[in-house]
Design a binder for this molecule. Structure first.
Ligand SMILES: Cc1ncc(COP(=O)(O)O)c(C=O)c1O
Length: 299
């Protein structure tokens, strides 16, 4: 087998028949846009061009994470997801939203799609559906697509499909989330503690180039220079080249915070049940660790 080229995707070497396209991300705009409106409009045009180029009749489905998670928590601009919905409807393409990470309260809504007034044809979920007490994932299917299996079997199956223990833990989790107003808590923490607190860190720390997110789903883009937006460490850096991020992560751990670090980003993604004082503790740990990142950033 050929070794993957430098910079290739580690675990996706191009599944046959899959076409990738750019989604909107204003801070590092693939479309050289300067406003959310431009980014949205150009991203939709790019998607439609890609569809025309490939041939709409060759496309079964478009899949997006409602709010991409590990890739950098890029909250889509207003109108983007409804625009994709409209394009899918126009060309008869199934619209799939992946909410394995963004679903079940993380964005301050039961489903992230609720926050963008969009309804996909299929919605995948896992993690938060039962707080991970036992493994469970699933897909919500629109009534129209589900009806195609009224008269014939669904041609798929998994060893543990519909496992009663996993499903019981989901029911219990969903009930507890509703009773304890956990989704509301996630929304409020985002609006009143994490959002303002992270933005305040960005104002004070030269290494914080961008803060983005919603609910309890936030990313900090760390940079060498706020003007040029040069990432604090290069793409896929390791060893000495990654030292600034490694030092930042080590400092977080010393301060009692286990950080998610991916290239030049760190994500603030606490449990949906976090209290305001716990969130403030996390912000203080980040604040202290960012002073190390600042040593590598232009002032
Ligand atoms: C957004 C997203 N989609 C899909 C998956 C894969 O989910 P599963 O492991 O339940 O198949 C993950 C796992 O981390 C994820 O974060």
């Amino acid at each position: 087998m050929r070794a993957p080229a430098r910079g290739a995707w580690a675990s996706d070497t191009g599944a046959a028949g899959v076409v990738h396209f750019w989604a909107p991300f204003l801070y590092r705009s693939p479309f050289h846009a300067e406003t959310e409106e431009q980014e949205c409009e150009r991203a939709l045009r790019h998607l439609e061009d890609t569809i025309a180029f490939e041939g709409p009749q060759t496309i079964a489905a478009i899949i997006l994470e409602t709010v991409p998670g590990t890739a950098g928590i890029m909250v889509p601009p207003p109108g983007y997801l409804t625009g994709v919905r409209e394009i899918c409807d126009r060309y008869g393409i199934v619209f799939i939203l992946d909410e394995v990470m963004a679903g079940f309260g993380r964005t301050g809504h039961w489903f992230a799609a609720d926050g963008f007034d969009v309804v996909p044809d299929l919605l995948t979920f896992a993690k938060g559906v039962n707080s991970g007490y036992v493994p469970l994932g699933g897909v919500a299917i629109s009534a129209e697509i589900a009806a195609t299996f009224d008269q014939r079997p669904y041609p798929g199956g998994l060893t543990y499909s519909g496992h009663p223990l996993a499903c019981a833990s989901a029911v219990a989790t969903i009930n507890a989330m509703a009773e304890e107003r956990i989704v509301e808590n996630a929304a409020e923490i985002g609006e009143t503690v994490l959002g303002p607190g992270l933005r305040e860190l960005a104002e004070r720390h030269p290494s914080v180039g961008d803060v983005r997110g919603m609910g309890v789903f936030w990313a900090l883009d760390l940079v060498r220079d706020k003007e040029t937006r040069e990432p604090l460490v290069p793409y896929n850096a390791s060893g000495e080249a990654n030292a600034p991020m490694a030092a930042f992560a080590a400092a977080c751990k010393r301060n009692g915070l286990w950080p998610f670090v991916n290239m030049n980003r760190t994500h603030a993604v606490p449990p949906c049940t976090i209290t305001p004082s716990e969130a403030k503790e996390g912000l203080a740990a980040l604040d202290a660790a960012l002073t190390l990142a600042d040593e590598h950033a232009a002032r």
